[in-house]
Design a protein around this ligand. Structure first.
Ligand SMILES: NC(=O)c1ccc[n+]([C@@H]2O[C@H](COP(=O)([O-])OP(=O)(O)OC[C@H]3O[C@@H](n4cnc5c(N)ncnc54)[C@H](O)[C@@H]3O)[C@@H](O)[C@H]2O)c1
Length: 374
Protein backbone atom coordinates (compact mmCIF):
# COMPACT_ATOMS: atom_id res chain seq x y z
CA UNK A 1 0.00 0.00 0.00
CA UNK A 2 2.88 2.36 0.86
CA UNK A 3 4.15 1.98 -2.71
CA UNK A 4 0.73 2.95 -4.04
CA UNK A 5 0.73 6.06 -1.90
CA UNK A 6 4.22 7.00 -3.10
CA UNK A 7 3.28 6.40 -6.74
CA UNK A 8 0.12 8.41 -6.37
CA UNK A 9 1.78 11.41 -4.77
CA UNK A 10 4.52 11.37 -7.46
CA UNK A 11 1.88 11.26 -10.16
CA UNK A 12 -0.03 14.05 -8.41
CA UNK A 13 3.01 16.31 -8.54
CA UNK A 14 3.54 15.63 -12.22
CA UNK A 15 -0.11 16.18 -13.09
CA UNK A 16 -0.48 19.16 -10.73
CA UNK A 17 -3.43 17.44 -9.07
CA UNK A 18 -4.18 16.59 -5.46
CA UNK A 19 -3.06 13.08 -4.44
CA UNK A 20 -6.62 12.12 -3.60
CA UNK A 21 -7.83 13.19 -7.00
CA UNK A 22 -4.99 11.29 -8.73
CA UNK A 23 -5.57 8.27 -6.52
CA UNK A 24 -9.18 8.16 -7.65
CA UNK A 25 -8.25 8.58 -11.34
CA UNK A 26 -5.48 5.97 -10.96
CA UNK A 27 -7.87 3.46 -9.40
CA UNK A 28 -10.42 4.06 -12.16
CA UNK A 29 -7.82 3.74 -14.91
CA UNK A 30 -6.22 0.71 -13.28
CA UNK A 31 -9.61 -0.97 -13.00
CA UNK A 32 -10.40 -0.22 -16.60
CA UNK A 33 -6.98 -1.60 -17.55
CA UNK A 34 -8.00 -4.74 -15.63
CA UNK A 35 -5.37 -4.82 -12.92
CA UNK A 36 -5.48 -3.77 -9.33
CA UNK A 37 -2.86 -1.14 -8.47
CA UNK A 38 -2.08 -2.68 -5.09
CA UNK A 39 -1.79 -6.32 -6.03
CA UNK A 40 0.31 -6.28 -9.21
CA UNK A 41 2.44 -3.24 -8.37
CA UNK A 42 5.62 -4.27 -6.61
CA UNK A 43 7.00 -2.50 -3.55
CA UNK A 44 9.37 -0.33 -5.57
CA UNK A 45 7.02 0.53 -8.37
CA UNK A 46 5.80 3.93 -9.36
CA UNK A 47 4.62 5.26 -12.68
CA UNK A 48 7.81 7.21 -12.98
CA UNK A 49 11.03 6.34 -14.72
CA UNK A 50 13.50 4.89 -12.25
CA UNK A 51 16.33 7.32 -11.79
CA UNK A 52 19.59 5.50 -12.47
CA UNK A 53 21.78 8.47 -11.57
CA UNK A 54 25.39 7.72 -12.38
CA UNK A 55 24.59 4.01 -12.75
CA UNK A 56 23.91 2.62 -16.18
CA UNK A 57 20.40 1.61 -17.15
CA UNK A 58 19.55 -2.11 -17.11
CA UNK A 59 18.10 -2.83 -20.52
CA UNK A 60 15.86 -5.64 -21.80
CA UNK A 61 15.29 -5.95 -25.57
CA UNK A 62 12.29 -8.06 -26.58
CA UNK A 63 12.21 -9.70 -30.04
CA UNK A 64 15.95 -9.13 -30.03
CA UNK A 65 16.97 -11.72 -32.63
CA UNK A 66 15.36 -9.91 -35.56
CA UNK A 67 16.95 -7.50 -38.02
CA UNK A 68 17.52 -4.74 -35.46
CA UNK A 69 17.91 -6.22 -31.96
CA UNK A 70 21.40 -7.74 -32.18
CA UNK A 71 22.88 -4.51 -33.56
CA UNK A 72 21.14 -2.44 -30.92
CA UNK A 73 22.42 -4.72 -28.14
CA UNK A 74 25.95 -4.34 -29.50
CA UNK A 75 25.69 -0.54 -29.47
CA UNK A 76 24.10 -0.36 -26.01
CA UNK A 77 26.61 -2.81 -24.54
CA UNK A 78 29.44 -0.57 -25.75
CA UNK A 79 27.86 2.37 -23.93
CA UNK A 80 26.38 0.73 -20.81
CA UNK A 81 28.42 -2.46 -20.39
CA UNK A 82 27.94 -6.01 -21.63
CA UNK A 83 25.97 -7.28 -18.65
CA UNK A 84 23.57 -4.33 -18.50
CA UNK A 85 21.87 -5.26 -21.77
CA UNK A 86 19.82 -8.47 -22.08
CA UNK A 87 18.60 -9.75 -25.42
CA UNK A 88 15.45 -11.87 -25.44
CA UNK A 89 13.40 -13.72 -28.03
CA UNK A 90 11.42 -16.93 -28.56
CA UNK A 91 13.99 -18.27 -31.02
CA UNK A 92 17.27 -20.00 -30.32
CA UNK A 93 20.17 -17.56 -30.63
CA UNK A 94 23.03 -18.37 -33.01
CA UNK A 95 26.37 -19.06 -31.30
CA UNK A 96 27.92 -15.67 -31.94
CA UNK A 97 24.91 -13.91 -30.38
CA UNK A 98 24.76 -16.28 -27.41
CA UNK A 99 28.43 -15.69 -26.71
CA UNK A 100 28.27 -11.93 -27.12
CA UNK A 101 26.30 -11.19 -23.94
CA UNK A 102 23.26 -12.11 -21.83
CA UNK A 103 20.38 -13.80 -23.66
CA UNK A 104 17.12 -15.04 -22.16
CA UNK A 105 13.97 -16.72 -23.50
CA UNK A 106 10.97 -14.43 -23.33
CA UNK A 107 7.61 -14.75 -25.05
CA UNK A 108 5.93 -11.35 -24.78
CA UNK A 109 2.56 -13.10 -24.64
CA UNK A 110 3.61 -14.68 -21.33
CA UNK A 111 2.97 -11.84 -18.92
CA UNK A 112 4.24 -13.54 -15.76
CA UNK A 113 7.49 -14.65 -17.38
CA UNK A 114 8.13 -11.15 -18.70
CA UNK A 115 7.47 -9.63 -15.28
CA UNK A 116 9.79 -12.17 -13.64
CA UNK A 117 12.60 -11.23 -16.03
CA UNK A 118 12.09 -7.52 -15.35
CA UNK A 119 12.04 -8.01 -11.57
CA UNK A 120 14.90 -10.52 -11.29
CA UNK A 121 17.19 -8.48 -13.52
CA UNK A 122 16.24 -5.08 -12.11
CA UNK A 123 15.41 -3.82 -15.60
CA UNK A 124 15.03 -0.02 -15.98
CA UNK A 125 14.72 0.36 -19.78
CA UNK A 126 12.52 -1.89 -21.90
CA UNK A 127 13.02 -1.85 -25.66
CA UNK A 128 10.12 -3.60 -27.29
CA UNK A 129 11.15 -4.98 -30.69
CA UNK A 130 8.92 -8.08 -30.90
CA UNK A 131 6.52 -7.77 -33.80
CA UNK A 132 5.22 -9.37 -36.96
CA UNK A 133 6.16 -7.00 -39.80
CA UNK A 134 3.87 -5.74 -42.58
CA UNK A 135 3.98 -8.49 -45.21
CA UNK A 136 4.19 -11.34 -42.66
CA UNK A 137 1.36 -9.76 -40.66
CA UNK A 138 -0.97 -9.70 -43.67
CA UNK A 139 -0.30 -13.42 -44.13
CA UNK A 140 -1.20 -14.19 -40.49
CA UNK A 141 -3.53 -11.56 -39.12
CA UNK A 142 -4.56 -13.33 -35.92
CA UNK A 143 -0.95 -13.99 -34.86
CA UNK A 144 -0.05 -10.38 -35.75
CA UNK A 145 -2.95 -9.18 -33.61
CA UNK A 146 -1.71 -11.28 -30.67
CA UNK A 147 1.97 -10.39 -30.92
CA UNK A 148 1.60 -6.75 -31.96
CA UNK A 149 -1.39 -5.76 -29.82
CA UNK A 150 -1.73 -8.17 -26.87
CA UNK A 151 2.06 -8.27 -26.55
CA UNK A 152 2.15 -4.48 -26.40
CA UNK A 153 -0.48 -4.45 -23.64
CA UNK A 154 1.71 -6.78 -21.54
CA UNK A 155 4.73 -4.60 -22.09
CA UNK A 156 2.86 -1.39 -21.25
CA UNK A 157 1.49 -2.81 -18.01
CA UNK A 158 4.85 -4.17 -16.91
CA UNK A 159 6.64 -0.93 -17.81
CA UNK A 160 4.02 1.03 -15.90
CA UNK A 161 4.10 -1.15 -12.81
CA UNK A 162 7.88 -1.17 -12.56
CA UNK A 163 8.61 2.43 -13.53
CA UNK A 164 10.50 1.53 -16.70
CA UNK A 165 11.48 3.78 -19.56
CA UNK A 166 9.72 2.12 -22.50
CA UNK A 167 10.78 2.39 -26.14
CA UNK A 168 8.44 1.03 -28.82
CA UNK A 169 9.32 1.60 -32.49
CA UNK A 170 6.59 2.63 -34.86
CA UNK A 171 6.90 2.76 -38.62
CA UNK A 172 6.07 4.44 -41.92
CA UNK A 173 3.42 1.68 -41.88
CA UNK A 174 1.46 3.66 -39.28
CA UNK A 175 0.20 5.88 -42.12
CA UNK A 176 -2.28 5.06 -44.86
CA UNK A 177 -3.59 6.22 -48.22
CA UNK A 178 -5.42 9.22 -46.72
CA UNK A 179 -2.27 10.54 -44.99
CA UNK A 180 -0.24 13.24 -46.77
CA UNK A 181 2.53 11.24 -48.44
CA UNK A 182 5.20 13.75 -49.43
CA UNK A 183 6.13 14.92 -46.93
CA UNK A 184 4.33 13.10 -44.10
CA UNK A 185 4.33 15.23 -40.93
CA UNK A 186 4.36 13.90 -37.34
CA UNK A 187 0.73 14.78 -36.80
CA UNK A 188 -1.77 14.00 -39.56
CA UNK A 189 -4.51 11.54 -40.50
CA UNK A 190 -3.43 7.94 -39.78
CA UNK A 191 -5.72 5.35 -41.34
CA UNK A 192 -3.38 2.44 -42.22
CA UNK A 193 -4.85 -0.55 -44.05
CA UNK A 194 -2.60 -3.32 -42.71
CA UNK A 195 -2.83 -5.10 -39.36
CA UNK A 196 0.80 -4.04 -38.85
CA UNK A 197 -0.07 -0.37 -39.36
CA UNK A 198 -3.16 -0.57 -37.18
CA UNK A 199 -1.11 -2.16 -34.39
CA UNK A 200 1.55 0.57 -34.70
CA UNK A 201 -1.01 3.40 -34.43
CA UNK A 202 -2.47 1.53 -31.45
CA UNK A 203 0.99 1.35 -29.84
CA UNK A 204 1.62 5.07 -30.39
CA UNK A 205 -1.73 6.04 -28.90
CA UNK A 206 -1.60 3.62 -25.96
CA UNK A 207 1.94 4.65 -25.07
CA UNK A 208 1.05 8.32 -25.19
CA UNK A 209 -2.11 7.67 -23.19
CA UNK A 210 -0.11 5.89 -20.44
CA UNK A 211 2.38 8.74 -20.53
CA UNK A 212 -0.15 11.55 -20.19
CA UNK A 213 -2.50 9.75 -17.83
CA UNK A 214 -0.11 7.74 -15.68
CA UNK A 215 3.32 9.28 -16.17
CA UNK A 216 4.85 6.33 -18.04
CA UNK A 217 8.14 7.36 -19.66
CA UNK A 218 7.12 6.19 -23.15
CA UNK A 219 9.32 7.02 -26.16
CA UNK A 220 8.63 6.11 -29.77
CA UNK A 221 10.31 6.68 -33.13
CA UNK A 222 8.67 5.99 -36.46
CA UNK A 223 11.42 4.16 -38.32
CA UNK A 224 11.65 4.26 -42.12
CA UNK A 225 12.58 1.01 -43.92
CA UNK A 226 15.85 -0.09 -42.31
CA UNK A 227 18.74 -1.35 -44.43
CA UNK A 228 21.37 -3.58 -42.85
CA UNK A 229 24.12 -5.82 -44.17
CA UNK A 230 24.72 -8.35 -41.41
CA UNK A 231 21.12 -9.10 -40.39
CA UNK A 232 18.21 -10.32 -42.47
CA UNK A 233 14.98 -8.32 -42.74
CA UNK A 234 11.93 -9.92 -41.12
CA UNK A 235 9.23 -9.74 -43.81
CA UNK A 236 8.57 -6.05 -44.36
CA UNK A 237 7.63 -4.18 -47.52
CA UNK A 238 11.02 -2.48 -47.76
CA UNK A 239 12.99 -5.77 -47.67
CA UNK A 240 13.92 -5.47 -51.37
CA UNK A 241 16.36 -2.69 -50.50
CA UNK A 242 18.40 -5.15 -48.41
CA UNK A 243 18.10 -8.19 -50.66
CA UNK A 244 19.33 -6.32 -53.73
CA UNK A 245 22.81 -5.92 -52.22
CA UNK A 246 23.18 -9.61 -51.42
CA UNK A 247 21.96 -10.68 -54.88
CA UNK A 248 24.00 -8.01 -56.67
CA UNK A 249 27.19 -9.27 -55.04
CA UNK A 250 26.41 -13.01 -55.21
CA UNK A 251 24.78 -13.43 -58.64
CA UNK A 252 24.80 -10.03 -60.33
CA UNK A 253 21.03 -10.40 -60.84
CA UNK A 254 18.06 -9.13 -58.83
CA UNK A 255 14.29 -9.59 -59.13
CA UNK A 256 12.53 -6.66 -57.52
CA UNK A 257 9.04 -7.15 -56.05
CA UNK A 258 8.09 -3.44 -56.15
CA UNK A 259 7.55 -1.17 -59.18
CA UNK A 260 10.65 0.79 -60.22
CA UNK A 261 9.05 4.14 -59.28
CA UNK A 262 7.94 3.18 -55.73
CA UNK A 263 9.36 5.88 -53.47
CA UNK A 264 9.76 5.03 -49.77
CA UNK A 265 11.68 6.54 -46.82
CA UNK A 266 14.75 4.45 -45.89
CA UNK A 267 17.58 4.55 -43.35
CA UNK A 268 20.88 2.76 -42.81
CA UNK A 269 20.84 0.65 -39.64
CA UNK A 270 23.66 2.59 -37.93
CA UNK A 271 21.57 5.77 -38.09
CA UNK A 272 18.48 3.94 -36.83
CA UNK A 273 20.26 2.45 -33.81
CA UNK A 274 21.99 5.73 -32.95
CA UNK A 275 18.63 7.57 -33.14
CA UNK A 276 17.17 5.00 -30.76
CA UNK A 277 19.94 5.52 -28.23
CA UNK A 278 19.74 9.30 -28.58
CA UNK A 279 16.00 9.52 -27.99
CA UNK A 280 16.30 7.12 -25.05
CA UNK A 281 18.99 9.30 -23.48
CA UNK A 282 17.28 12.62 -24.21
CA UNK A 283 16.20 14.52 -21.09
CA UNK A 284 12.40 14.33 -20.71
CA UNK A 285 12.08 18.11 -20.81
CA UNK A 286 13.34 18.37 -24.42
CA UNK A 287 10.78 15.87 -25.68
CA UNK A 288 7.93 18.05 -26.92
CA UNK A 289 6.23 14.86 -28.15
CA UNK A 290 6.51 11.16 -27.40
CA UNK A 291 6.27 9.85 -31.00
CA UNK A 292 8.64 11.25 -33.64
CA UNK A 293 9.22 10.69 -37.35
CA UNK A 294 12.89 10.19 -38.18
CA UNK A 295 14.22 10.46 -41.69
CA UNK A 296 17.45 10.05 -43.65
CA UNK A 297 16.69 9.50 -47.36
CA UNK A 298 13.93 8.50 -49.72
CA UNK A 299 14.43 6.56 -52.94
CA UNK A 300 12.79 4.35 -55.55
CA UNK A 301 14.09 0.93 -56.72
CA UNK A 302 15.31 2.49 -59.97
CA UNK A 303 17.26 5.19 -58.11
CA UNK A 304 18.82 2.55 -55.86
CA UNK A 305 19.75 0.41 -58.89
CA UNK A 306 21.33 3.45 -60.57
CA UNK A 307 23.48 4.12 -57.50
CA UNK A 308 24.54 0.45 -57.15
CA UNK A 309 25.44 0.33 -60.87
CA UNK A 310 27.99 3.08 -60.27
CA UNK A 311 29.92 0.33 -58.44
CA UNK A 312 28.57 -2.79 -60.18
CA UNK A 313 27.72 -1.73 -63.75
CA UNK A 314 26.73 -5.25 -64.84
CA UNK A 315 23.90 -5.61 -62.34
CA UNK A 316 20.78 -6.96 -64.08
CA UNK A 317 17.39 -6.09 -62.58
CA UNK A 318 13.95 -7.39 -63.55
CA UNK A 319 10.63 -6.51 -61.94
CA UNK A 320 8.10 -9.12 -60.74
CA UNK A 321 5.58 -7.18 -58.72
CA UNK A 322 4.16 -8.69 -55.53
CA UNK A 323 0.63 -7.25 -55.43
CA UNK A 324 0.39 -7.42 -51.61
CA UNK A 325 3.66 -5.56 -51.00
CA UNK A 326 2.98 -3.09 -53.84
CA UNK A 327 -0.45 -2.20 -52.42
CA UNK A 328 1.12 -1.65 -49.00
CA UNK A 329 3.94 0.50 -50.41
CA UNK A 330 1.47 2.58 -52.45
CA UNK A 331 -0.34 3.54 -49.23
CA UNK A 332 2.79 4.53 -47.31
CA UNK A 333 4.64 7.86 -47.02
CA UNK A 334 7.10 8.71 -49.79
CA UNK A 335 9.03 11.10 -47.57
CA UNK A 336 9.00 11.76 -43.83
CA UNK A 337 9.06 15.25 -42.32
CA UNK A 338 11.25 14.88 -39.21
CA UNK A 339 11.64 18.56 -38.33
CA UNK A 340 10.54 18.01 -34.72
CA UNK A 341 13.09 15.25 -34.03
CA UNK A 342 15.81 17.53 -35.41
CA UNK A 343 14.78 20.55 -33.38
CA UNK A 344 13.73 18.86 -30.10
CA UNK A 345 16.55 16.39 -29.46
CA UNK A 346 19.03 17.13 -32.24
CA UNK A 347 18.43 14.23 -34.63
CA UNK A 348 20.83 14.26 -37.59
CA UNK A 349 21.27 11.42 -40.07
CA UNK A 350 24.74 10.35 -41.16
CA UNK A 351 24.02 8.28 -44.29
CA UNK A 352 22.44 9.46 -47.55
CA UNK A 353 21.99 7.17 -50.59
CA UNK A 354 25.63 7.22 -51.86
CA UNK A 355 27.03 6.54 -48.36
CA UNK A 356 24.47 3.78 -47.77
CA UNK A 357 25.35 2.00 -51.03
CA UNK A 358 29.08 2.30 -50.33
CA UNK A 359 28.66 0.91 -46.80
CA UNK A 360 26.44 -1.97 -47.93
CA UNK A 361 28.78 -2.98 -50.75
CA UNK A 362 31.79 -2.78 -48.48
CA UNK A 363 30.06 -5.08 -46.03
CA UNK A 364 28.63 -7.56 -48.50
CA UNK A 365 32.16 -8.14 -49.76
CA UNK A 366 31.94 -6.79 -53.28
CA UNK A 367 35.59 -5.85 -53.48
CA UNK A 368 36.50 -8.37 -56.18
CA UNK A 369 33.56 -7.41 -58.39
CA UNK A 370 34.25 -3.76 -57.85
CA UNK A 371 37.84 -4.09 -58.95
CA UNK A 372 36.70 -6.03 -62.07
CA UNK A 373 34.25 -3.25 -62.80
CA UNK A 374 36.68 -0.37 -62.38
N1 LIG B 1 13.21 -3.46 -39.84
C1 LIG B 1 12.56 -2.41 -40.29
O1 LIG B 1 12.74 -1.97 -41.43
C2 LIG B 1 11.59 -1.71 -39.37
C3 LIG B 1 10.98 -0.53 -39.82
C4 LIG B 1 10.05 0.11 -38.99
C5 LIG B 1 9.80 -0.40 -37.73
N2 LIG B 1 10.41 -1.55 -37.33
C6 LIG B 1 10.07 -2.09 -36.01
O2 LIG B 1 11.26 -2.38 -35.27
C7 LIG B 1 11.05 -3.55 -34.48
C8 LIG B 1 12.14 -4.57 -34.77
O3 LIG B 1 12.08 -4.85 -36.15
P1 LIG B 1 12.90 -6.05 -36.81
O4 LIG B 1 13.07 -5.68 -38.23
O5 LIG B 1 14.07 -6.40 -35.98
O6 LIG B 1 11.80 -7.21 -36.75
P2 LIG B 1 12.03 -8.78 -37.08
O7 LIG B 1 10.76 -9.28 -37.69
O8 LIG B 1 13.28 -8.98 -37.81
O9 LIG B 1 12.18 -9.39 -35.62
C9 LIG B 1 11.09 -9.48 -34.74
C10 LIG B 1 11.44 -10.51 -33.67
O10 LIG B 1 10.28 -10.67 -32.83
C11 LIG B 1 10.31 -12.03 -32.40
N3 LIG B 1 9.00 -12.44 -31.91
C12 LIG B 1 7.92 -12.86 -32.62
N4 LIG B 1 6.94 -13.25 -31.78
C13 LIG B 1 7.40 -13.07 -30.52
C14 LIG B 1 6.87 -13.31 -29.22
N5 LIG B 1 5.64 -13.81 -29.05
N6 LIG B 1 7.62 -13.02 -28.14
C15 LIG B 1 8.88 -12.51 -28.28
N7 LIG B 1 9.44 -12.29 -29.49
C16 LIG B 1 8.71 -12.57 -30.59
C17 LIG B 1 10.75 -12.81 -33.62
O11 LIG B 1 11.26 -14.09 -33.24
C18 LIG B 1 11.79 -11.89 -34.23
O12 LIG B 1 13.11 -12.25 -33.84
C19 LIG B 1 9.63 -4.04 -34.80
O13 LIG B 1 8.74 -3.57 -33.83
C20 LIG B 1 9.33 -3.40 -36.12
O14 LIG B 1 7.95 -3.17 -36.29
C21 LIG B 1 11.30 -2.20 -38.12
Amino acid sequence: MRSCVRAVSGTAQRLHMSPVCVSQSFAVVARSLSFSPCCRVTYDASFQSVSYGSDHPRVLITGGLGQLGVGLAKLLRKVFGKYNVILSDIRKPPNHVYQSGPFIYSDILDYKNLREIVVNNRITWLIHYSALLSAVGEANVSLARDVNITGLHNVLDIAGEHGLRLFVPSSIGAFGPSSPRNPTPDLCIQRPRTIYGVSKVHAELMGEYYHHRLGLDFRCLRYPGIISADSQPGGGTTDYAVQIFHDAVKTGKFVCNLRPDTRLPMMFIDDCLRATLEVLEAPAEVLGMRTYNISAMSFTPEELVREIRRHLPDLQVTYKIDPVRQAIADSWPEMFDDTSARSDWGWKHGYGLPELVQAMLNFTGSDSRMSQAN
